[in-house]
Each structure stands twice: as structure tokens, then as C-alpha cells.
Design a protein around this ligand. Structure first.
Ligand SMILES: [Zn+2]
Length: 485
């Protein structure tokens, strides 16, 4: 009898242990989160200080690898004594910083959880393109996309990655990027919060052992991520790109895994996605160290849905309006562009119409059904206010309920570009007299920033200001931001 109970209990205990690896990572994450990285727009000086602070710590080796075109240092952090070598590099695109932050969280974790490091040795190159990061832009200082320079090696950043790859000859490589938040898992209303790819190493997309092992590790990471973001993992297109690093590093014999951090609901600074990187990458290390990835199948990899690009920040369906005496019913997509300040450290949102028409196969982070509502374009209040202080005292709900979505200000300070009140500002200095058009304009224009007022039985229920939905019946007094025009 006792024997029988043991036989039953043993597999359950093992199963329990397996599930707690990522659960433990999830629950203990705050202990390891690198607190000096608060948002996506950190720069080289912050990274360089963090690397300096690791210098001399037990079990950590820092290697100076060289410099970017503008002379910023690029370094590698190595930990572990295992035989299996893993190389990770992030931010070869300067505006793709999510995994760079996650790398420092992972280093913090590995400093106090060393058991994995008996089997593996990991090497991190955070921020491969520091010149791009300074401007929060994709390309490097001479405008080269480093990910198209794997063969020509014209940029020092590319040469650094190639030399490190060749000298370590790692078993596994992690190519860490960000993708647009507008990607979704194909044919679903789930954003592609994380996308994976085991890049092809030739045009015929053959699967050899190197590429197959990358696929198997991806299966392990996908299994873990499904517990936290069910349905929000996708697979990147595997068309061979002969100039890209991922494809070539796969070709050079390192099992290479692309991780793309996409979008997630209510996560503008991608801090949740950064945590998912932490969980996924450490789970990958665990599966490599234990060799458990070997049990994964290629069919499991192929069953991950493909990436598609069908997301919008705001989708409004069934918007009805008349123009030149004709009635139209359309869907409207609005996306938010990030407008940065001069030193690329902060931003505000500018809503822009991304599409008009039948958007039935598109999905919104925010959705609004305008069926049964009368739609009007918001009006500018005829009174011109003297200054911004006067504006702040206005009763915005009352103005919106009368159909006003903008107020003019005479002495508007030029440094104020946005507010969080649900009302746009017209800076009188910017008013230009419109050309005399004989045909009136349609209320909706591609790339435009319309303010929409939605009424039911003569009562305003919703206002859409700068692409943010404001519900007049609800209590809050602010939106993410309105703009000064
Ligand atoms: Zn990228």
C-alpha cells in the first residue's frame, strides 16, 4: 500500500516542481528588477554605470568589446562555469530597449541563484547600438541598420558582434529585439506580446540540428509564456534575409533564437513585457542547462500562430456620417504616435487616423461601437481665453456636452505641447486662414487628428479627443493627453 502511494505521489511532486520554476520567477521578480531602469528611453550612460557597478563582483566577468562610431563603449557581461555557451545581445536597434532592461534583471537573478551556472556560461551584450539608443532611433550613427550589416561589417557595432560570436562560438544565441505593438497573433484579437523565430539559414528554410534546437528552446519558452499571456505569443516570418545577423549566426552554427517584444494592454513602457522576457529567458536557460528542450517537437514550434499586423490603438466601428448629402458607415482606426522632446527622453501622444473603411478584420487595444450614435466633429469654442491658467479652470464636461472639443488661447506658452485635460488647445499664434475650397472637406481624413463627439438622443455620451475615448458619464477628469494645435 505504501509503495502504491509513493508511486502515485512521486510524479505529482515532479510535476509540481516543474511548474514552480517559472512561477517562482514570476513571483520573485521584484527582488531582481533593476530599479534604475524605469522606462524605455534610458541611454548609454545609465547602462555604462550599471556595468561599472558589476565590475569586480564575484563570479562576474566584464569584457570591453570596443566602441560605437561615436565612441560609446560596448561591453559584455559573462557569468557561469558550465560548458554550454550562451550569447545574448540586445538593442542592435537603438529604439528597442525592452530586453536590455531585462538583461540587467536576469544578471541580478543569476548573482544570487547560481545553480544554473554550473551547466551553462552566459554572455550578455546589452545595448549593441548605443548611438542609436541616444536618439531612440533604430539605426546607428551613419544610418546603417546593423541587422543588415552581418556580411559587409561596415559598422564597428557589427564587427564587435561578429568577432564575439566567432571567438566564443556559442551553442545558443539570443537576438533580442522589439516589434511594433500593432502585431497580433494571426486571426486572433490577441496582440503578439512576444514573438519568436528560429531564423532560417538558407533560402529553402531547411531545418538542421542547429535550427531545430533553437525551435525546441522556443517551444519551452512558449509553454511558460502561455501561462501568463495566453494566446499572445506569435511566430515571426522565417523568410531568409541574407544580410541579417540572426540568419547568419544560425548559419555559422549557433542555435539562434529571435525574441521580439511587442505590445501588451496598459503597458506603455513595456515593463510587463520586460518581466516576461525575464521569465522566458531564464526558463530557456533552465531548459538548456537541464537539456529538457530536447523533448520538444518541431510540430509544437509550427503550431505557434504566425505574426500578423492587424492591431490599432483605437478601433471605432459603425461610425455613421453624411457628406455632400450622402450617408456613410465606416470603421475608423486611430494610432498614437510618440512625439519626443529634444533630448529623446520623454514623449507625448499624437493621435492619427491610421485607416478608414471596413476594418472588420482589425482589432483595437481600445474598442468603441458607434452603432446607434450620432457622430459630429468637435467644435472650437468661439471665446478666446487669455492664458493657460484660465483654461485650467474650465468645466470640461460641460463644454464637451455642448459639442466643444477645443478652446483657443491667446498667450499660450510655446513649451506646453499637451495637457491631460480632455480638451485640445488651439494656440491662436498657429491659426492659419484656410484656403477657399469650393468643395467642403470630409470630416475624416487619413493621418488627421479628428475630435469626435458621439451623441445618443441629443445627449453627448462619448468624446474622442486625440484618439483617447472619454466617457462623459464616468467620473475621471483626465485622459492620457490632449494636444496643443
Ligand atoms: Zn529590431
Amino acid at each position: 500500500m505504501i509503495k502504491y502511494i509513493l508511486l502515485v505521489l512521486l510524479p505529482l511532486t515532479l510535476l509540481g516542481q516543474r511548474q514552480t520554476i517559472d512561477k517562482g520567477l514570476f513571483e520573485s521578480y521584484d527582488l531582481y528588477k533593476e530599479e534604475s531602469l524605469l522606462n524605455r528611453r534610458f541611454k548609454h550612460d545609465v547602462i555604462s554605470n550599471l556595468i561599472d557597478s558589476l565590475q569586480g563582483q564575484k563570479g562576474i566577468e566584464i569584457s570591453g568589446l570596443g566602441h560605437s562610431i561615436q565612441g560609446r563603449s560596448i561591453s559584455m557581461i559573462s557569468l557561469g562555469n558550465g560548458e554550454t555557451q550562451i550569447l545574448l545581445w540586445s538593442q542592435m536597434h537603438g529604439d528597442e530597449s525592452t530586453a536590455t532592461a531585462a538583461i540587467f534583471d536576469i544578471v541580478n537573478y543569476l548573482k544570487s541563484n547560481k545553480s544554473l551556472l554550473q551547466k551553462i556560461r552566459v554572455h550578455f551584450i546589452p545595448m549593441l547600438n548605443p548611438d542609436g539608443a541616444e536618439l531612440f532611433s533604430r539605426r546607428n550613427a551613419i544610418g546603417i541598420d546593423i541587422n543588415r550589416d552581418a556580411l559587409n561589417l561596415q559598422s564597428p557595432e557589427s564587427l564587435i558582434l561578429k568577432r564575439v560570436r566567432d571567438s566564443i562560438n556559442p551553442d545558443f544565441g539570443f537576438n533580442l529585439h522589439d516589434q511594433s505593438k500593432f502585431y497580433n497573433a494571426k486571426n486572433t484579437d490577441s496582440p503578439a506580446t512576444i514573438s519568436f523565430l528560429a531564423p532560417a539559414f538558407n533560402i529553402s528554410k531547411d531545418i538542421n540540428e542547429t535550427r531545430g534546437n533553437a525551435m525546441r528552446v522556443i517551444v519551452k519558452m512558449n509553454t511558460v509564456l502561455q501561462r501568463y499571456i495566453r494566446g499572445q505569443v506569435a511566430r515571426y516570418n522565417d523568410e531568409f534575409e541574407p544580410r541579417a545577423f540572426g540568419d547568419n549566426i544560425q548559419k555559422w552554427g549557433t542555435s539562434t533564437i529571435l525574441i521580439e517584444s511587442g505590445g501588451q494592454y496598459n503597458d506603455p513602457e513595456k515593463l510587463e513585457i520586460r518581466k516576461l522576457n525575464f521569465i522566458a529567458i531564464l526558463s530557456a536557460f533552465e531548459s538548456i542547462a537541464s537539456e529538457s528542450y530536447k523533448t520538444a517537437t518541431l510540430d509544437q514550434y509550427l503550431s505557434i500562430p504566425m505574426n500578423d499586423r492587424k492591431f490599432l490603438d483605437l478601433k471605432i466601428k459603425n461610425l455613421t456620417f453624411s457628406y455632400l448629402g450622402q450617408e456613410f458607415k465606416v470603421d475608423l482606426g486611430i494610432n498614437h504616435k510618440e512625439i519626443e522632446n529634444a533630448d529623446h527622453s520623454e514623449f507625448y501622444y499624437l493621435g492619427k487616423v491610421a485607416d478608414i473603411g471596413d476594418l472588420s478584420n482589425y482589432y483595437g487595444y481600445t474598442n468603441l461601437d458607434a452603432e446607434g450614435f450620432d457622430f459630429k466633429i468637435g467644435k472650437t469654442h468661439p471665446k478666446i481665453l487669455s492664458d493657460f491658467e484660465e483654461f485650467k479652470e474650465l468645466d470640461f464636461k460641460s463644454l464637451l456636452s455642448q459639442g466643444y472639443s477645443a478652446v483657443s488661447i491667446e498667450n499660450m506658452p510655446s513649451e506646453i505641447k499637451f495637457t491631460t485635460f480632455p480638451m485640445n488647445i488651439i494656440d491662436v499664434k498657429n491659426i492659419r486662414i484656410p484656403k477657399n475650397n469650393t468643395i467642403p472637406q470630409s470630416p475624416l481624413k487619413l493621418e488627421g487628428n479628428p475630435s469626435l463627439i458621439l451623441e445618443k438622443e441629443g445627449e453627448v455620451i462619448y468624446a474622442v479627443i486625440n484618439g483617447f475615448v472619454y466617457h462623459l458619464k464616468k467620473g475621471e477628469n483626465h485622459i492620457k493627453n490632449a494636444v496643443v494645435k
